[in-house]
Write a protein that binds this ligand. Structure first.
Ligand SMILES: Nc1nc2c(c(=O)[nH]1)N[C@H]1C(S)=C(S)[C@@H](COP(=O)(O)O)O[C@H]1N2
Ligand SMILES: [Mo]
Length: 452
């Protein structure tokens, strides 16, 4: 499947279905490209006249002007295209059909209480396309008629109220970009390397622009007892009866009652027509198909809080209500399951995020953690939102280990596995934010490995 030397390849191979062969995204091979050439190329690219200005260097990256793809008439240049709106709702190209959210085979016993992982290795920037947003359901997803949906606020309020969707959409609305990360993301890796690709190590992570009403405005509307209330309970309308206690500090800060996602109504899998988004907090608190908020003065200790979502500490004690998703990052390309086509220049890219604020810095190591270089952060860099980082790398063809390490606006630095295990032991499921290592082998194949 190797392509002609020097031709940018992009995604070249549809993975066979299944676990050991996820998407293989092969990188552009730029054999023998030296730093001078790269600088020259960067100039050529920004001038957007690569072919016209191409010297020897540029030809190492792009194909030559006598490429038959350019010279010979192509079918799409000599025929009528598809009519406007022949697809009233746009779809990705058929050539992108392999980019899918997938279940990790063997992880769960039923499809209703399961998770699909987002294909982080194939995404750009920071926004997750809505159709690729990871899904985590405790009892399957439902598609609720918005006319029939009701949302109630009760408990420590002067006036309990029931809202229709129409009522809610008349409130002043806000739009914010935030990540949602399941508390169990990277959970399989606590003990040792468990899965081969970034889709399965880190894919319970997505980021969207959410539109809705600040919960505090709705609590105001019901005359909530802000003096004495300290928590709210959020309840979903799906069969799982999902309930979570959320602190009033979060509510007053930035919790949203959301109906919009990336410019349209929420997708059913993500809670249509109404969900909570609790920025920076583990995904389970962002209750989907939201039907009720109760205001109270102590945590509820519901089934979803007393049985699951607790951390087993080294002394055997369970830690409860650990909700913040701490500072974390991962290189998405090159990452496990991908293949580098040869030595030369690569754009190494990844994602960083923190539930406590924004990303301040991401350092990348190309030698298993001995030396670190600071990556470029792409804008926007927002609180409790994914941040995209990029850094140049020239691979000399020898085996090596790639790592990224993020620091957030509070000064928190993402820990190594050794540091995390010293505090947390190895028996946790949730809140694994350790530095991820990818081994680049001599053949260019990339593997998930753990470095202490
Ligand atoms: N009502 C309800 N809300 C829910 C869940 C659920 O099963 N039912 N799953 C939770 C969990 S564990 C996570 S990680 C997030 C996932 O959100 P997503 O499916 O939109 O990615 O939703 C949370 N909200
Ligand atoms: Mo979750």
């Amino acid at each position: 499947m190797r392509k002609k030397k020097g031709v940018p390849t992009g995604r070249v191979r549809n993975a066979p279905e299944g676990f050991v062969a996820p998407e293989l995204i092969q990188e552009i091979s730029r054999k023998g490209l030296d730093d001078n050439r790269r600088a020259f190329l960067r100039k050529s690219f920004t001038a957007a006249t690569t072919v016209a200005t191409a010297g020897a260097g540029a030809r190492a990256l792009a194909s030559t002007v006598d490429d038959p793809m350019i010279v010979e008439p192509r079918p799409w240049s000599t025929s009528l295209g598809q009519p406007v709106a022949s697809r009233p709702y746009g779809m990705p190209s058929k050539y992108e059909a392999n980019l899918q959210r997938r279940q990790s085979p063997g992880l769960t016993q039923t499809n209703q209480s399961s998770v699909s992982f987002a294909p982080l290795q194939g995404m750009f920037g920071i926004i997750t396309p809505s159709g690729l947003h990871f899904e985590r359901h405790h009892q399957g997803w439902v598609d609720i008629d918005p006319e029939q949906h009701r949302f109630m606020i009760n408990g420590m309020v002067r006036q309990p109220k029931v809202y229709t969707m129409d009522d809610l959409m008349r409130f002043p609305s806000v739009s914010r970009m935030h990540f949602i990360e399941c508390g169990a993301n990277t959970g399989m890796e606590w003990g040792n390397v468990a899965v081969p690709t970034v889709q399965y190590t880190h894919g319970m992570l997505s980021c969207s622009e959410f539109t809705g009403v600040p919960l505090r405005d709705l609590l105001d509307d019901c005359g909530a007892d802000f003096e004495n209330a300290r928590f709210v309970l959020a309840e979903g309308a799906d069969g799982s009866g999902m309930t979570r206690t959320i602190s009033m500090d979060n509510v007053l800060d930035d919790v949203l009652v959301v109906y919009g996602m990336n410019g349209e109504m929420l997708r059913p899998e993500n809670g249509y027509p109404l969900r909570l988004v609790v920025p920076g907090v583990q995904g389970v608190s962002s209750v989907k198909w939201l039907r009720r908020i109760e205001v109270g003065d102590k945590p509820w200790d519901t089934k979803d809080e007393a049985i699951h979502y607790m951390d087993m500490m080294p002394d055997g004690m369970m830690r409860q209500y650990t909700s913040i998703q701490e500072c974390k990052s991962v290189i998405t390309t090159p990452s496990g399951g991908q293949v580098l086509l040869g030595k030369g220049f690569y754009n190494v890219t990844g994602l960083a995020w923190s539930g406590r604020g924004h990303i301040k810095q991401v350092d990348v190591s190309f030698d298993g953690g001995k030396n670190w270089r600071t990556a470029r952060l792409e804008t926007p860099v927002l609180d409790k939102c994914l941040t995209r980082f990029n850094i140049d790398w020239v691979w000399d063809g020898s085996p090596t280990i790639l790592q990224s390490r993020a620091m957030d606006s509070t000064g928190f630095v993402q820990p190594r596995y050794r540091q995390l295990r010293e505090v947390r032991g190895t028996r946790s499921v949730y809140h694994n934010n350790a530095i991820q290592s990818w081994l680049v082998s001599e053949s260019g194949e990339v593997f998930n490995v753990q470095v202490d």
